[in-house]
Design a binder for this molecule. Structure first.
Ligand code: ZN
Length: 386
C-alpha cells in the first residue's frame, strides 16, 4: 500500500525533459513561476479550517443520480460539438469529428492513498472499459484530482492515444509506463496539431505538486487548454485563479463556442489558486465564451463550501451578467451545436452561502470599469510589475 503511494507520487523530470523545463522562461531553475505573486493563508490556518470548519453540507447526504453510460451510446464518428461531463474536471469533448479526454480521473480518491483523502461522491458514470475511442488525452496539471495514476496506466494499455501535457508532467507518465513517444509536453502558448485540430496550452494561475512533503512544489507546469477546430472552439480553464491573461486568451484564440471553467474548491483563504464562482463567470466573459459549463465541482470535497454552493453561485452571477450557463447531469452529453439551453437542477436544494457573505477575490488585480461595463464585464488591469 505504501509502495503504491510512492509510485502514485510520480517522478521529477530528468534528461531531455528537464532541459525543456529549464528552457522555459517561466522556470527559475527550481520551480515554475506563477503569473502573479501568490498570497495564501498560513498552512496551519487552512488545515484547521479544512478539518474542523466549513459548511455542514460539504458532502451530499443522499445518493446523487447520475446518468449511467455505455460505449454503444457514443457515435462511432465523434460529433461537431458535444460535451460529456464525467464529474469534476473529467470531460469527453467531441470537437469537429475528434474525441478528446480531459483530466481523466476514474479513481476512488483524489489522493496518493487508497485508504485516505477526498473520496468521490458517485462512481464514474461511464466505466473506463466502456470509453469510446479517443484521439488524445489532455492533462491540465499534476494534482491528484486531475492526474490519476491508475487511470493513466489503464488508458496507456487500453488506447494508443497521445497524452498532451504541460512541461514536466510527462515525467510522471513515463514513470508509470507510458511510452515517451506518446507524450507531448508543451509550454504556455505552444500547440500540438491533431488531425484538423489545434490544441493550445494556455496560461493559468495555479500551482502543482504531488509529494505529501511538498518536495515537488511547482516542479511541473500547470495550464488550461484551447481546443481549436476548423468549425468550433472550446476553452478549458484547468485550475486557475483570476488573472488578466484571460483577456489575452480570448483575444488570441477566442471567441469560444463553449467554455469549461473551474468553479469549485475555492476559498478566500486560497483565492490566488482557484477562481470561485463569480470570477469563473468573469473568466468566461474575458475569454469571449458563448456558453459556459461549470466544472471542478460536485465530485470531491476539496474545500470548505457546501457541495452545491459553486453551481448556485455561478447561476446567480451568470444571471446578473447575462451569461448562458449549462449544467449537465454527470454522465449526460450536451450537443452544443444544437443550441441547447436550460439548467436542469439535478442537485438537491441545500443551504449555501452567497457571494456577498463569503467573497472570493484573487489578489494583485486592479479592477477598472471600462466601456465594456455595459456588457457586465469588468476588465482587469495589472499593477506595473506584471
Ligand atoms: Zn489543482
Amino acid at each position: 500500500m505504501l509502495a503504491d503511494s510512492w509510485v502514485a507520487t510520480g517522478q521529477r523530470a530528468s534528461g531531455a525533459r528537464l532541459e525543456r523545463v529549464r528552457a522555459s522562461p517561466r522556470f527559475d531553475g527550481t520551480q515554475f513561476l506563477d503569473v502573479l505573486p501568490r498570497q495564501q493563508a498560513s498552512m496551519l490556518r487552512s488545515s484547521r479550517e479544512y478539518f474542523f470548519g466549513g459548511s455542514a453540507y460539504r458532502t451530499p447526504r443522499d445518493p446523487i443520480s447520475v446518468q449511467p453510460r455505455t460505449l454503444s451510446e457514443f457515435p462511432s464518428v465523434p460529433g461537431a460539438l458535444t460535451l460529456t461531463w464525467l464529474g469534476h474536471s473529467t470531460l469527453l469533448v467531441e470537437l469537429d469529428g475528434h474525441r478528446l479526454l480531459l483530466d481523466p480521473v476514474w479513481g476512488d480518491r483524489a489522493s496518493p492513498f487508497t485508504w485516505a483523502g477526498p473520496k468521490r461522491f458517485y462512481p464514474p458514470p461511464l466505466p473506463l472499459d466502456q470509453l469510446p475511442p479517443i484521439d488524445a488525452v489532455l492533462i491540465s496539471h499534476d494534482h491528484y484530482d486531475h492526474l490519476d495514476w491508475p487511470t493513466i496506466v489503464a488508458l496507456g494499455r487500453q488506447t494508443d492515444a497521445p497524452f498532451i501535457v504541460p512541461l514536466g508532467v510527462g515525467a510522471h507518465l513515463e514513470y508509470w509506463g507510458i511510452a515517451a513517444s506518446r507524450i507531448v509536453e508543451l509550454d504556455w502558448w505552444q500547440e500540438h496539431a491533431l488531425g484538423g485540430l489545434r490544441l493550445v496550452a494556455t496560461p493559468a494561475r495555479h500551482f502543482s505538486g504531488r509529494s505529501v512533503t511538498f518536495a515537488d512544489r511547482d516542479a511541473t507546469l500547470w495550464a488550461g487548454w484551447a481546443l481549436l477546430g476548423p468549425e468550433h472552439r472550446v476553452y478549458y480553464s484547468g485550475d486557475t485563479a483570476m488573472f488578466p491573461g484571460f483577456d489575452e486568451i480570448g483575444a488570441r484564440l477566442g471567441p469560444f463556442d463553449a467554455t469549461l471553467i473551474e468553479s469549485g474548491a475555492y476559498s478566500a483563504l486560497w483565492a490566488d489558486v482557484h477562481l470561485g464562482p463569480e470570477q469563473a463567470v468573469q473568466a468566461h466573459q474575458m475569454v469571449r465564451g458563448r456558453v459556459m459549463i461549470p466544472v471542478h465541482w460536485g465530485l470531491f470535497d476539496l474545500a470548505l463550501h457546501g457541495w452545491t454552493e459553486p453551481i448556485e453561485r455561478v447561476l446567480a452571477a451568470a444571471r446578473e451578467a447575462s451569461v448562458n450557463v449549462i449544467t449537465p447531469r454527470p454522465g449526460s452529453s450536451v450537443d452544443l451545436a444544437a443550441n441547447p439551453s436550460g439548467t436542469p437542477r439535478w442537485w438537491p436544494d441545500v443551504p449555501w452561502t452567497p457571494a456577498a457573505r463569503a467573497p472570493v477575490v484573487s489578489s494583485g488585480l486592479v479592477a477598472t470599469k471600462t466601456a465594456a461595463a455595459g456588457s457586465g464585464a469588468s476588465l482587469l488591469a495589472l499593477p506595473d510589475r506584471f
